[in-house]
Design a protein around this ligand. Structure first.
Ligand SMILES: [Zn+2]
Length: 246
């Protein structure tokens, strides 16, 4: 049976990397490209690495990878007793207008880098509401103006049908390759789509990271099965699924 992905493949994996790190453009994107794979890089529009290396990030996008929206200032719900994020970026005190304006501005900044008018959005800390808990207000519907789909929270394999707007993912930070491969492997028989979330690659790149050798092993495992699994961007896969008949 032929599938919706390039070459008639029935399985897709989207490797996603958060927080706009130097290792993403210097090591990860080239490693993906060398294997004919595409990834999605979720950038905060205030990322120093983005502004200091616009041409380098532009080259990442020109290679076919996606630069996804990850807000401007990475606001999250600040928890009791924690000192992060700064109180200025605490979603508990954000208004819906403020987060929507921030996501909009991030989209326009990223558009200056890659020229793309549509991109996916990764929820910061997986969160999609603002205001005090108990009286929180969702901004998911506002994201439809800016995002192809939204990655938020944990989740497994998505079936081969029109995609939900909000999708969970397998978190690979701190896990070995075997664990992540075990999450991908069922795609070979069942078909479908799995999103994978990572932050840094290699110690020292981010507080959350995948070990470099484990990351390479994951890429190699997928590449060896590239006749059956398509490593596509989040928006690329979502667009293919959205074109399926209802
Ligand atoms: Zn993040």
């Amino acid at each position: 049976m032929t599938g919706p992905f390039p070459g008639g493949r029935r399985a897709a994996v989207s490797l996603t990397y958060d927080d706009c790190l130097a290792c993403h453009r210097l090591a990860v994107a080239p490693a993906l490209s060398a294997r004919d794979m595409l990834g999605t890089f979720y950038c905060t529009a205030n990322a120093g690495d983005l502004h200091d290396n616009v041409e380098s990030w532009r080259a990442v996008a020109e290679s076919g990878h996606e630069i996804g929206n990850h807000t401007c200032f990475h606001p999250c719900r600040r928890q009791e007793g924690r000192d992060w994020p700064d109180r200025a970026y605490d979603l508990n005190t954000y208004s819906r207008k403020r987060i929507v304006d921030e996501v909009h501005l991030a989209d326009r900044v990223l558009r200056l880098v890659d020229g793309c008018e549509r991109r996916s959005y990764a929820a910061t800390c997986g969160q999609t509401s603002v205001g005090p808990l108990g009286a929180e207000e969702s901004f998911v519907d506002d994201l439809r103006r800016f995002a192809t789909v939204v990655r938020s929270g944990r989740g497994g394999i998505q079936p081969l049908r029109r995609p939900d707007f909000v999708l969970g993912s397998h978190g690979a930070d701190g896990k070995d390759a075997a664990t992540t491969i075990a999450a991908i492997e069922p795609l070979l028989d069942a078909g479908g789509w799995l999103l994978i979330t990572m932050h840094g690659v290699g110690k020292g790149t981010h507080g959350l990271f995948v070990d470099e050798a484990e990351h390479t092993a994951i890429l190699d495992w997928i590449a060896e099965r590239s006749d059956r699994i398509w490593a596509g961007t989040v928006s690329g896969v979502a667009e293919r699924l959205a074109a399926l008949p209802a």
